[in-house]
Design a protein around this ligand. Structure first.
Ligand code: HH2
Length: 278
């Protein structure tokens, strides 16, 4: 299976790693590079050197309780970094839900749009339909400001699946080919620990029509709840979660710590190869 995103076609014959580049002053993981283009670009190149197959650049924090970022500010943070990454050798995804940011980023050479609201805005859908970019359709219950206020589901897996299926249908109706689409249950976006665990346990059920899954658990509070560790102490838990997601069929792992994740995947894949030779 392939994933077509902008200038690239990625083979999905092994789990791919998406390296996070946050251009924010207030990301939950504390790794934001707001106002420092050189350091942000250096971090992006370091993520590629560590083995990132894709970069995901976000200029607005979407952590629970985050205030929205003004459009002009998001563009001011984003465009210089995106321009500097032209020709960096891997697809560049932009983490935004604003149609105007999508349009400007695509014009500046972005290969993929990662929308945490799942392209529910018809203007957003129209913009991505006119391009050849890859899409990540993510599930969220609500805006970041309010999404963690008592999230409730009858059956989180079937409701998230239903949401992804409906948005996938909208994309198809807009003329977007399936090979451009990733689906993401949105860990931590309007979900309790139990909801997140149910989604991870039953990950294969979320593959609507066999479409690939993109998974982001890296350093998230569900790992803090399980281990009792602060956000800067969640490396081991993040790598474990990424590996478990890969074993349950995740196609792309969105992570802060690319090298450690690649090492874990290498061990798993060596074991799989051995199994094949037995
Ligand atoms: N999680 C975050 C942001 N964007 N996109 C997708 N598709 N899936 C995710 O799970 C996801 C996402 C939150 O993580 P991060 O970017 O590190 O934090 P912040 O939003 O605070 O910058």
């Amino acid at each position: 299976m392939n994933f077509a995103c902008g200038k690239f076609v990625l083979r999905l014959d092994r789990p791919l790693v998406m390296g996070i580049v946050n251009l924010t002053p207030d990301s939950f993981s504390g790794d934001g590079f707001a106002n420092d283009v050189d350091r942000a670009v250096a971090h992006a190149h370091a993520q590629i050197a560590a083995g990132a197959d894709v970069l995901d650049i976000g200029a607005e924090s979407t952590r629970p309780g985050a205030q929205p970022t003004e459009l002009a500010e998001e563009l001011r943070r984003l465009l210089p970094v995106l321009n500097a990454l032209w020709g960096c050798g891997v697809p560049v995804s932009i983490d935004t839900y604003k149609p105007r940011v999508m349009a400007e980023a695509l014009a500046a050479g972005a290969d993929m749009i990662n929308d945490i609201t799942g392209f529910g805005d018809p203007a957003a859908l129209e913009i991505v339909a006119r391009s050849n970019c890859g899409l990540c359709i993510m599930h969220t219950l609500d805006a970041p400001l309010t999404m963690q206020q008592a999230p409730r589901y009858r059956d989180v897996v079937s409701e998230v699946r239903g949401f992804l299926a409906a948005r996938l249908m909208d994309c198809r109706q807009a003329g977007i080919a399936d090979e451009r689409i990733m689906l993401d249950p949105g860990f931590g976006f309007g979900k309790t620990l139990e909801h997140n665990l149910a989604l991870l346990r039953r990950l294969p059920e979320l593959r609507v029509d066999g479409l690939p899954l993109l998974i982001g658990i890296s350093r998230k509070s569900m790992l803090g709840a399980i281990t009792g560790r602060a956000v800067d102490e969640r490396l081991c838990a993040s790598v474990a979660a990424a590996l478990l997601a890969a074993q349950r069929g995740a196609a792309i792992l969105r992570v802060h710590d690319v090298a450690a994740t690649r090492d874990a995947l290498a061990v798993w894949s060596a074991l799989e190869e051995e199994g094949k030779n037995d």
